[in-house]
Design a protein around this ligand. Structure first.
Ligand code: FAD
Length: 485
Protein backbone atom coordinates (compact mmCIF):
# COMPACT_ATOMS: atom_id res chain seq x y z
CA UNK A 1 0.00 0.00 0.00
CA UNK A 2 1.21 3.51 -0.86
CA UNK A 3 0.97 5.56 2.36
CA UNK A 4 -0.65 8.98 1.88
CA UNK A 5 1.06 12.37 2.08
CA UNK A 6 -0.40 15.27 4.04
CA UNK A 7 -0.42 18.70 2.46
CA UNK A 8 -0.75 21.08 5.38
CA UNK A 9 -2.27 24.26 3.93
CA UNK A 10 -1.37 27.34 5.91
CA UNK A 11 -1.22 30.78 4.37
CA UNK A 12 -0.97 29.31 0.87
CA UNK A 13 -4.63 28.78 0.07
CA UNK A 14 -4.24 28.14 -3.65
CA UNK A 15 -3.58 25.33 -6.10
CA UNK A 16 -1.46 27.23 -8.65
CA UNK A 17 2.25 27.64 -7.94
CA UNK A 18 1.88 25.93 -4.60
CA UNK A 19 5.25 24.22 -4.13
CA UNK A 20 4.26 21.88 -1.24
CA UNK A 21 1.14 20.75 -3.10
CA UNK A 22 3.02 20.23 -6.36
CA UNK A 23 5.80 18.31 -4.56
CA UNK A 24 3.23 16.11 -2.81
CA UNK A 25 1.44 15.43 -6.10
CA UNK A 26 4.75 14.53 -7.73
CA UNK A 27 5.51 12.07 -4.92
CA UNK A 28 2.76 9.90 -6.38
CA UNK A 29 1.21 9.38 -2.96
CA UNK A 30 -2.51 9.79 -2.28
CA UNK A 31 -3.01 13.26 -0.85
CA UNK A 32 -4.72 14.49 2.29
CA UNK A 33 -5.26 18.25 2.04
CA UNK A 34 -5.52 19.66 5.57
CA UNK A 35 -6.20 23.04 7.11
CA UNK A 36 -5.84 23.43 10.87
CA UNK A 37 -7.49 26.39 12.56
CA UNK A 38 -5.88 27.25 15.89
CA UNK A 39 -8.17 29.32 18.13
CA UNK A 40 -5.12 29.87 20.35
CA UNK A 41 -4.07 32.48 17.78
CA UNK A 42 -7.31 34.35 17.17
CA UNK A 43 -7.81 36.31 13.98
CA UNK A 44 -9.32 39.75 13.61
CA UNK A 45 -12.95 39.89 12.50
CA UNK A 46 -12.23 40.92 8.90
CA UNK A 47 -9.47 38.31 8.48
CA UNK A 48 -11.72 35.59 9.89
CA UNK A 49 -14.42 36.56 7.38
CA UNK A 50 -11.88 36.36 4.56
CA UNK A 51 -10.48 33.05 5.76
CA UNK A 52 -13.94 31.45 5.80
CA UNK A 53 -14.48 32.33 2.15
CA UNK A 54 -10.95 31.48 1.15
CA UNK A 55 -11.18 27.99 2.68
CA UNK A 56 -14.55 27.47 0.98
CA UNK A 57 -13.03 28.44 -2.35
CA UNK A 58 -10.06 26.10 -1.83
CA UNK A 59 -12.39 23.29 -0.86
CA UNK A 60 -14.42 23.80 -4.07
CA UNK A 61 -11.23 23.71 -6.16
CA UNK A 62 -10.11 20.49 -4.48
CA UNK A 63 -13.56 18.99 -5.07
CA UNK A 64 -13.18 19.68 -8.80
CA UNK A 65 -10.11 17.47 -8.66
CA UNK A 66 -11.95 14.74 -6.76
CA UNK A 67 -10.83 15.57 -3.22
CA UNK A 68 -11.83 17.96 -0.47
CA UNK A 69 -10.27 20.02 2.29
CA UNK A 70 -9.93 18.23 5.62
CA UNK A 71 -10.57 20.82 8.33
CA UNK A 72 -9.36 20.47 11.91
CA UNK A 73 -9.34 22.74 14.92
CA UNK A 74 -6.70 23.00 17.66
CA UNK A 75 -2.95 23.16 17.63
CA UNK A 76 -1.47 22.03 14.35
CA UNK A 77 1.05 19.59 15.80
CA UNK A 78 -1.66 17.59 17.62
CA UNK A 79 -4.17 17.76 14.76
CA UNK A 80 -1.66 16.62 12.16
CA UNK A 81 -0.27 14.01 14.55
CA UNK A 82 -3.81 12.58 14.86
CA UNK A 83 -4.29 12.43 11.09
CA UNK A 84 -0.90 10.75 10.67
CA UNK A 85 -1.86 8.16 13.27
CA UNK A 86 -5.28 7.52 11.69
CA UNK A 87 -4.16 7.31 8.07
CA UNK A 88 -0.61 6.03 8.22
CA UNK A 89 0.58 9.10 6.29
CA UNK A 90 4.34 9.05 5.85
CA UNK A 91 5.13 12.59 4.68
CA UNK A 92 3.95 16.11 5.45
CA UNK A 93 4.40 18.96 2.96
CA UNK A 94 3.95 22.59 4.01
CA UNK A 95 5.02 26.17 3.45
CA UNK A 96 7.02 27.94 6.17
CA UNK A 97 5.57 30.90 8.04
CA UNK A 98 7.73 33.43 9.83
CA UNK A 99 5.86 34.62 12.92
CA UNK A 100 7.46 33.24 16.06
CA UNK A 101 4.33 31.25 17.02
CA UNK A 102 4.25 29.69 13.54
CA UNK A 103 7.89 28.70 13.83
CA UNK A 104 7.15 27.16 17.23
CA UNK A 105 4.27 25.29 15.59
CA UNK A 106 6.67 23.77 13.05
CA UNK A 107 9.17 22.82 15.76
CA UNK A 108 6.44 21.17 17.80
CA UNK A 109 5.23 19.21 14.79
CA UNK A 110 8.74 17.95 14.18
CA UNK A 111 9.12 16.90 17.82
CA UNK A 112 5.71 15.22 17.92
CA UNK A 113 5.97 13.12 14.80
CA UNK A 114 7.85 9.85 14.73
CA UNK A 115 11.29 9.98 13.13
CA UNK A 116 10.22 8.04 10.08
CA UNK A 117 7.64 10.67 9.06
CA UNK A 118 9.29 12.99 6.57
CA UNK A 119 8.63 16.73 6.86
CA UNK A 120 9.08 18.91 3.77
CA UNK A 121 8.97 22.65 4.52
CA UNK A 122 9.22 25.15 1.62
CA UNK A 123 9.87 28.88 1.61
CA UNK A 124 6.88 29.49 -0.61
CA UNK A 125 5.40 32.67 0.82
CA UNK A 126 8.30 34.93 -0.17
CA UNK A 127 10.54 35.56 -3.16
CA UNK A 128 13.58 35.44 -0.88
CA UNK A 129 13.78 33.16 2.16
CA UNK A 130 14.52 35.40 5.15
CA UNK A 131 17.68 33.56 6.10
CA UNK A 132 19.09 33.76 2.56
CA UNK A 133 20.59 37.24 2.74
CA UNK A 134 22.55 39.28 5.26
CA UNK A 135 24.89 42.25 5.37
CA UNK A 136 28.59 41.70 4.66
CA UNK A 137 29.10 41.44 8.39
CA UNK A 138 26.57 38.59 8.55
CA UNK A 139 23.97 40.60 10.47
CA UNK A 140 20.40 41.15 9.28
CA UNK A 141 19.69 44.19 7.13
CA UNK A 142 17.82 46.92 8.97
CA UNK A 143 17.41 49.32 6.08
CA UNK A 144 15.22 48.63 3.06
CA UNK A 145 17.31 49.77 0.10
CA UNK A 146 20.41 47.63 0.74
CA UNK A 147 18.12 44.72 1.62
CA UNK A 148 16.24 45.16 -1.64
CA UNK A 149 19.43 45.41 -3.71
CA UNK A 150 20.78 42.28 -2.12
CA UNK A 151 17.51 40.41 -2.71
CA UNK A 152 17.38 41.51 -6.35
CA UNK A 153 21.00 40.42 -6.90
CA UNK A 154 19.91 36.84 -6.24
CA UNK A 155 18.30 36.87 -9.68
CA UNK A 156 14.76 36.48 -10.95
CA UNK A 157 12.39 34.32 -8.94
CA UNK A 158 11.48 30.98 -10.50
CA UNK A 159 8.52 31.12 -12.87
CA UNK A 160 5.20 30.09 -11.32
CA UNK A 161 4.15 26.51 -11.82
CA UNK A 162 0.65 25.41 -12.83
CA UNK A 163 -1.67 23.62 -10.44
CA UNK A 164 -1.35 19.84 -10.48
CA UNK A 165 -3.79 18.56 -13.08
CA UNK A 166 -4.36 15.19 -11.47
CA UNK A 167 -4.10 14.05 -7.89
CA UNK A 168 -5.26 10.99 -6.03
CA UNK A 169 -6.82 11.75 -2.67
CA UNK A 170 -6.90 9.58 0.43
CA UNK A 171 -10.08 9.45 2.49
CA UNK A 172 -10.08 10.79 6.06
CA UNK A 173 -12.92 10.46 8.52
CA UNK A 174 -13.94 13.17 10.93
CA UNK A 175 -13.26 16.43 9.08
CA UNK A 176 -15.01 19.47 10.52
CA UNK A 177 -17.12 21.63 8.25
CA UNK A 178 -15.72 25.09 7.49
CA UNK A 179 -18.84 26.52 9.18
CA UNK A 180 -17.83 24.73 12.38
CA UNK A 181 -14.84 27.08 12.69
CA UNK A 182 -17.31 29.96 13.29
CA UNK A 183 -15.27 32.45 11.35
CA UNK A 184 -18.21 34.49 10.09
CA UNK A 185 -19.72 37.28 12.19
CA UNK A 186 -22.68 36.31 14.32
CA UNK A 187 -25.57 38.78 14.48
CA UNK A 188 -25.32 41.61 13.76
CA UNK A 189 -23.71 40.70 10.44
CA UNK A 190 -21.38 43.60 9.63
CA UNK A 191 -19.81 42.00 6.59
CA UNK A 192 -21.94 43.58 3.79
CA UNK A 193 -19.22 46.06 2.85
CA UNK A 194 -16.61 43.31 2.68
CA UNK A 195 -18.85 41.11 0.56
CA UNK A 196 -19.53 43.96 -1.86
CA UNK A 197 -15.83 44.79 -2.20
CA UNK A 198 -13.95 41.51 -2.37
CA UNK A 199 -13.93 38.07 -3.94
CA UNK A 200 -11.74 36.00 -1.62
CA UNK A 201 -10.13 32.88 -3.07
CA UNK A 202 -7.87 31.96 -5.94
CA UNK A 203 -10.19 33.09 -8.77
CA UNK A 204 -10.62 36.45 -7.08
CA UNK A 205 -6.84 36.70 -6.77
CA UNK A 206 -6.28 36.05 -10.47
CA UNK A 207 -8.94 38.63 -11.43
CA UNK A 208 -7.30 41.14 -9.10
CA UNK A 209 -3.88 40.42 -10.60
CA UNK A 210 -5.24 41.01 -14.13
CA UNK A 211 -6.70 44.34 -12.99
CA UNK A 212 -3.42 45.28 -11.29
CA UNK A 213 -1.46 44.54 -14.47
CA UNK A 214 -3.92 46.64 -16.52
CA UNK A 215 -3.53 49.57 -14.11
CA UNK A 216 0.21 49.20 -13.62
CA UNK A 217 1.11 51.96 -16.13
CA UNK A 218 -0.65 54.46 -13.82
CA UNK A 219 0.94 53.20 -10.62
CA UNK A 220 4.21 55.15 -10.52
CA UNK A 221 2.56 58.54 -11.00
CA UNK A 222 -0.71 58.05 -9.13
CA UNK A 223 -0.22 55.45 -6.41
CA UNK A 224 -0.46 58.09 -3.68
CA UNK A 225 -3.93 59.26 -4.75
CA UNK A 226 -6.59 57.51 -2.66
CA UNK A 227 -9.33 59.07 -4.79
CA UNK A 228 -8.10 57.35 -7.95
CA UNK A 229 -7.90 53.84 -6.59
CA UNK A 230 -5.22 52.50 -8.89
CA UNK A 231 -3.09 50.50 -6.46
CA UNK A 232 -3.20 46.74 -6.97
CA UNK A 233 -5.30 45.72 -3.93
CA UNK A 234 -3.37 42.46 -3.98
CA UNK A 235 -2.56 42.64 -0.26
CA UNK A 236 -5.22 40.25 1.14
CA UNK A 237 -4.62 37.74 -1.66
CA UNK A 238 -0.88 37.79 -1.00
CA UNK A 239 -1.46 37.58 2.74
CA UNK A 240 -3.62 34.46 2.51
CA UNK A 241 -1.46 33.02 -0.25
CA UNK A 242 -4.27 32.86 -2.78
CA UNK A 243 -1.64 34.33 -5.06
CA UNK A 244 2.07 33.61 -4.81
CA UNK A 245 4.53 36.51 -4.93
CA UNK A 246 6.13 34.75 -7.91
CA UNK A 247 2.86 34.95 -9.83
CA UNK A 248 2.64 38.67 -9.08
CA UNK A 249 6.32 39.28 -9.88
CA UNK A 250 6.20 37.49 -13.25
CA UNK A 251 2.88 39.02 -14.35
CA UNK A 252 4.24 42.51 -13.61
CA UNK A 253 7.64 41.85 -15.18
CA UNK A 254 6.00 40.53 -18.30
CA UNK A 255 3.83 43.66 -18.44
CA UNK A 256 6.96 45.80 -17.97
CA UNK A 257 8.66 44.12 -20.93
CA UNK A 258 5.62 44.72 -23.20
CA UNK A 259 4.76 48.23 -22.13
CA UNK A 260 6.27 51.43 -23.52
CA UNK A 261 6.78 52.58 -19.94
CA UNK A 262 7.80 49.96 -17.44
CA UNK A 263 7.98 52.44 -14.56
CA UNK A 264 4.63 51.51 -12.99
CA UNK A 265 5.19 47.74 -13.08
CA UNK A 266 8.72 48.16 -11.75
CA UNK A 267 7.43 50.36 -8.91
CA UNK A 268 4.86 47.71 -8.02
CA UNK A 269 7.49 44.98 -8.10
CA UNK A 270 9.53 47.08 -5.69
CA UNK A 271 6.54 47.22 -3.32
CA UNK A 272 6.50 43.43 -3.28
CA UNK A 273 9.95 43.70 -1.72
CA UNK A 274 8.59 45.90 1.07
CA UNK A 275 6.40 42.94 1.89
CA UNK A 276 9.47 40.71 1.78
CA UNK A 277 11.40 43.12 3.99
CA UNK A 278 8.66 43.16 6.65
CA UNK A 279 8.67 39.37 6.88
CA UNK A 280 12.46 39.46 6.95
CA UNK A 281 12.38 41.90 9.89
CA UNK A 282 9.81 39.77 11.72
CA UNK A 283 11.94 36.68 11.19
CA UNK A 284 15.11 38.32 12.52
CA UNK A 285 13.40 40.50 15.16
CA UNK A 286 10.58 38.27 16.41
CA UNK A 287 9.49 40.87 18.97
CA UNK A 288 8.71 43.40 16.22
CA UNK A 289 4.95 43.29 17.03
CA UNK A 290 5.52 44.03 20.73
CA UNK A 291 8.70 46.05 21.08
CA UNK A 292 9.85 49.28 19.48
CA UNK A 293 13.08 48.54 17.64
CA UNK A 294 14.45 51.90 18.83
CA UNK A 295 14.85 51.62 22.57
CA UNK A 296 14.09 55.25 23.44
CA UNK A 297 10.44 54.62 22.59
CA UNK A 298 10.06 52.20 25.49
CA UNK A 299 9.84 55.28 27.72
CA UNK A 300 7.57 57.34 25.53
CA UNK A 301 4.82 59.08 27.57
CA UNK A 302 1.84 57.83 25.57
CA UNK A 303 -1.55 59.19 26.57
CA UNK A 304 -4.50 56.99 27.41
CA UNK A 305 -7.35 59.00 25.94
CA UNK A 306 -10.20 56.54 25.34
CA UNK A 307 -12.50 59.20 23.86
CA UNK A 308 -9.90 60.22 21.27
CA UNK A 309 -9.11 56.59 20.48
CA UNK A 310 -12.77 55.83 19.85
CA UNK A 311 -13.23 58.93 17.71
CA UNK A 312 -10.27 57.76 15.61
CA UNK A 313 -11.65 54.23 15.32
CA UNK A 314 -15.12 55.43 14.31
CA UNK A 315 -13.89 58.04 11.84
CA UNK A 316 -15.19 60.97 13.89
CA UNK A 317 -12.10 63.09 14.53
CA UNK A 318 -13.30 66.13 12.59
CA UNK A 319 -10.40 65.76 10.14
CA UNK A 320 -12.06 64.61 6.92
CA UNK A 321 -9.17 62.61 5.42
CA UNK A 322 -8.60 60.74 8.68
CA UNK A 323 -12.31 60.01 8.98
CA UNK A 324 -12.59 58.93 5.35
CA UNK A 325 -9.73 56.46 5.80
CA UNK A 326 -11.06 55.02 9.04
CA UNK A 327 -14.52 54.57 7.54
CA UNK A 328 -13.12 52.99 4.39
CA UNK A 329 -11.32 50.56 6.69
CA UNK A 330 -14.44 49.79 8.72
CA UNK A 331 -16.66 49.32 5.71
CA UNK A 332 -14.36 47.48 3.31
CA UNK A 333 -11.57 46.02 5.47
CA UNK A 334 -8.93 47.91 3.51
CA UNK A 335 -7.40 51.38 3.40
CA UNK A 336 -5.18 53.08 0.85
CA UNK A 337 -1.47 53.04 1.84
CA UNK A 338 -0.98 56.82 1.94
CA UNK A 339 -4.06 57.16 4.15
CA UNK A 340 -2.79 54.34 6.41
CA UNK A 341 0.33 56.43 6.98
CA UNK A 342 -1.66 59.60 7.68
CA UNK A 343 -4.17 58.03 10.10
CA UNK A 344 -1.34 56.21 11.87
CA UNK A 345 0.68 59.42 12.24
CA UNK A 346 -2.41 61.21 13.58
CA UNK A 347 -2.99 58.52 16.23
CA UNK A 348 0.61 58.24 17.33
CA UNK A 349 1.67 61.87 17.08
CA UNK A 350 -1.35 64.18 17.32
CA UNK A 351 -3.28 61.98 19.76
CA UNK A 352 -0.08 60.51 21.27
CA UNK A 353 -1.72 57.11 21.58
CA UNK A 354 0.75 54.25 21.37
CA UNK A 355 1.32 52.55 18.02
CA UNK A 356 0.31 49.13 19.35
CA UNK A 357 -3.23 50.35 20.00
CA UNK A 358 -3.41 51.37 16.36
CA UNK A 359 -1.77 48.17 15.17
CA UNK A 360 -4.32 46.10 17.15
CA UNK A 361 -7.22 47.98 15.58
CA UNK A 362 -5.78 47.41 12.11
CA UNK A 363 -5.26 43.70 12.86
CA UNK A 364 -8.92 43.44 13.81
CA UNK A 365 -10.36 45.37 10.89
CA UNK A 366 -8.08 44.85 7.86
CA UNK A 367 -8.74 41.99 5.45
CA UNK A 368 -5.00 42.07 4.72
CA UNK A 369 -4.05 42.15 8.44
CA UNK A 370 -0.53 40.80 8.44
CA UNK A 371 1.62 40.65 11.54
CA UNK A 372 4.82 41.47 9.65
CA UNK A 373 3.53 44.23 7.34
CA UNK A 374 1.36 45.78 10.02
CA UNK A 375 3.99 45.84 12.76
CA UNK A 376 6.63 47.18 10.38
CA UNK A 377 4.18 49.77 8.99
CA UNK A 378 3.25 51.04 12.45
CA UNK A 379 6.83 51.12 13.68
CA UNK A 380 7.81 52.96 10.52
CA UNK A 381 5.18 55.66 10.99
CA UNK A 382 5.76 55.91 14.74
CA UNK A 383 9.44 56.45 14.04
CA UNK A 384 10.48 53.60 16.30
CA UNK A 385 11.33 51.02 13.60
CA UNK A 386 14.72 50.24 12.10
CA UNK A 387 14.28 52.09 8.84
CA UNK A 388 11.63 54.48 10.03
CA UNK A 389 10.36 57.91 9.14
CA UNK A 390 11.85 60.15 11.83
CA UNK A 391 9.50 60.82 14.74
CA UNK A 392 9.66 64.57 14.15
CA UNK A 393 8.18 64.17 10.65
CA UNK A 394 4.51 64.61 11.45
CA UNK A 395 1.94 64.40 8.66
CA UNK A 396 -0.45 67.33 8.58
CA UNK A 397 -3.77 65.71 7.63
CA UNK A 398 -5.12 68.93 6.11
CA UNK A 399 -2.13 69.51 3.82
CA UNK A 400 -1.96 65.80 2.92
CA UNK A 401 -5.64 65.87 2.09
CA UNK A 402 -5.32 68.90 -0.21
CA UNK A 403 -2.31 67.32 -1.91
CA UNK A 404 -3.47 63.73 -2.41
CA UNK A 405 -7.26 64.14 -2.59
CA UNK A 406 -7.26 67.51 -4.37
CA UNK A 407 -10.94 67.52 -5.37
CA UNK A 408 -12.06 65.86 -2.15
CA UNK A 409 -13.61 62.91 -4.00
CA UNK A 410 -12.21 60.35 -1.58
CA UNK A 411 -13.62 62.33 1.34
CA UNK A 412 -16.99 62.76 -0.35
CA UNK A 413 -17.20 59.02 -0.92
CA UNK A 414 -16.47 57.93 2.64
CA UNK A 415 -17.79 60.90 4.60
CA UNK A 416 -21.08 61.49 2.81
CA UNK A 417 -22.25 64.19 5.24
CA UNK A 418 -19.55 66.42 3.72
CA UNK A 419 -20.33 65.48 0.10
CA UNK A 420 -21.95 68.78 -0.84
CA UNK A 421 -19.30 71.06 0.59
CA UNK A 422 -17.34 73.04 -1.99
CA UNK A 423 -13.79 71.83 -2.61
CA UNK A 424 -12.46 74.98 -0.96
CA UNK A 425 -13.93 73.80 2.37
CA UNK A 426 -13.75 70.03 2.10
CA UNK A 427 -10.35 69.65 3.79
CA UNK A 428 -11.19 72.06 6.66
CA UNK A 429 -14.97 71.99 7.01
CA UNK A 430 -14.90 73.85 10.34
CA UNK A 431 -13.88 76.95 8.39
CA UNK A 432 -17.03 76.87 6.23
CA UNK A 433 -19.32 79.81 7.10
CA UNK A 434 -22.95 79.36 8.09
CA UNK A 435 -24.32 79.93 4.60
CA UNK A 436 -21.92 77.43 3.03
CA UNK A 437 -22.85 74.85 5.66
CA UNK A 438 -26.53 75.48 5.03
CA UNK A 439 -26.17 75.08 1.27
CA UNK A 440 -24.15 71.89 1.81
CA UNK A 441 -26.78 70.58 4.25
CA UNK A 442 -24.26 69.98 7.02
CA UNK A 443 -23.85 71.58 10.44
CA UNK A 444 -20.26 71.29 11.62
CA UNK A 445 -20.32 70.35 15.29
CA UNK A 446 -23.75 68.68 14.89
CA UNK A 447 -23.81 66.44 11.79
CA UNK A 448 -20.03 66.23 11.56
CA UNK A 449 -17.64 66.85 14.49
CA UNK A 450 -15.45 69.84 15.11
CA UNK A 451 -11.76 68.76 15.11
CA UNK A 452 -11.06 66.84 18.31
CA UNK A 453 -7.56 68.30 18.67
CA UNK A 454 -5.63 71.31 17.46
CA UNK A 455 -2.97 70.20 14.98
CA UNK A 456 -0.30 72.78 15.88
CA UNK A 457 -0.61 72.28 19.65
CA UNK A 458 -0.57 68.49 19.49
CA UNK A 459 2.33 68.54 17.07
CA UNK A 460 4.35 70.59 19.53
CA UNK A 461 3.30 68.31 22.41
CA UNK A 462 4.57 65.28 20.46
CA UNK A 463 7.86 66.96 19.63
CA UNK A 464 8.40 67.97 23.26
CA UNK A 465 7.73 64.42 24.43
CA UNK A 466 10.15 63.08 21.87
CA UNK A 467 12.88 65.49 22.95
CA UNK A 468 12.35 64.35 26.52
CA UNK A 469 12.81 60.63 25.81
CA UNK A 470 15.74 61.32 23.52
CA UNK A 471 17.30 63.35 26.30
CA UNK A 472 16.73 60.51 28.76
CA UNK A 473 18.33 58.05 26.41
CA UNK A 474 21.23 60.37 25.75
CA UNK A 475 21.95 60.79 29.47
CA UNK A 476 21.84 56.99 29.90
CA UNK A 477 24.20 56.35 26.98
CA UNK A 478 26.55 59.13 28.11
CA UNK A 479 27.15 57.31 31.39
CA UNK A 480 30.41 55.32 31.26
CA UNK A 481 29.88 51.63 30.62
CA UNK A 482 26.24 51.92 29.60
CA UNK A 483 25.07 50.54 26.31
CA UNK A 484 21.91 50.60 24.27
CA UNK A 485 20.88 47.36 22.54
P1 FAD B 1 0.18 48.11 -3.70
O1 FAD B 1 0.68 49.49 -3.55
O2 FAD B 1 -0.50 47.76 -4.95
O3 FAD B 1 1.44 47.17 -3.46
C1 FAD B 1 1.51 45.82 -3.95
C2 FAD B 1 1.80 44.88 -2.80
O4 FAD B 1 3.07 45.19 -2.22
C3 FAD B 1 0.81 44.96 -1.66
O5 FAD B 1 -0.32 44.16 -1.92
C4 FAD B 1 1.62 44.46 -0.48
O6 FAD B 1 1.67 43.07 -0.42
C5 FAD B 1 3.01 44.98 -0.80
N1 FAD B 1 3.24 46.27 -0.14
C6 FAD B 1 2.98 47.50 -0.62
N2 FAD B 1 3.35 48.45 0.27
C7 FAD B 1 3.84 47.79 1.33
C8 FAD B 1 4.41 48.21 2.57
N3 FAD B 1 4.55 49.50 2.89
N4 FAD B 1 4.80 47.26 3.46
C9 FAD B 1 4.68 45.95 3.16
N5 FAD B 1 4.17 45.49 2.00
C10 FAD B 1 3.76 46.40 1.10
N6 FAD B 1 0.08 45.73 4.41
C11 FAD B 1 -0.47 44.52 4.58
O7 FAD B 1 -0.46 43.71 3.65
N7 FAD B 1 -1.02 44.15 5.79
C12 FAD B 1 -1.05 44.99 6.85
O8 FAD B 1 -1.53 44.61 7.92
C13 FAD B 1 -0.52 46.31 6.67
N8 FAD B 1 -0.58 47.21 7.68
C14 FAD B 1 -0.05 48.47 7.49
C15 FAD B 1 -0.08 49.39 8.54
C16 FAD B 1 0.45 50.68 8.38
C17 FAD B 1 0.39 51.66 9.53
C18 FAD B 1 1.02 51.04 7.14
C19 FAD B 1 1.58 52.42 6.94
C20 FAD B 1 1.07 50.13 6.10
C21 FAD B 1 0.56 48.84 6.25
N9 FAD B 1 0.60 47.90 5.20
C22 FAD B 1 0.06 46.65 5.40
C23 FAD B 1 1.32 48.18 3.94
C24 FAD B 1 0.49 48.78 2.81
O9 FAD B 1 -0.28 49.86 3.27
C25 FAD B 1 -0.44 47.76 2.15
O10 FAD B 1 0.30 46.60 1.80
C26 FAD B 1 -1.04 48.33 0.86
O11 FAD B 1 -1.74 49.50 1.11
C27 FAD B 1 -1.98 47.30 0.26
O12 FAD B 1 -2.62 47.83 -0.85
P2 FAD B 1 -2.25 47.34 -2.32
O13 FAD B 1 -2.30 45.86 -2.38
O14 FAD B 1 -3.12 48.09 -3.27
O15 FAD B 1 -0.75 47.82 -2.43
Amino acid sequence: MNPPAIVWFRRNLRLTDNTPLIAAAESGRPIIAVYVHDPGHPLGGASAWWLHHSLSSLDRSLQHLGGSLVVACGDAASAIGRIVAETGASEVFFSHRYESFSRDEEDLLEQNLANDIELHGFDDALLTPPNAIATRGGTPFKVFTPYWKSAVERGDPAPPRPAPRKMIFAAVAGSLRIDDLRLLPVAPDWSDGLRNTWQPGENGALNQLDAAVDNAHLYAAQRDRPDLDITSRLSPFLHFGELSPRQAWHALRSEASKSTSSKGSEALIRQLYWREFSSYLLFHFPRLPEEPLRPEFEHFPWTNDTGAKEAWQRGATGYPLIDAGMRQLWQTGWMHNRVRMIVASFLVKNLMIDWQTGADWFLDTLVDADLANNSAGWQWVAGCGTDAAPYFRIFNPVLQSAKFDPDGNYIRRWVPELADLPTANIHEPWKADGMTQQLAKVRIGVDYPQPIVNLADTRQRALDAYQLVRGLLQSRTDRPGSSVG
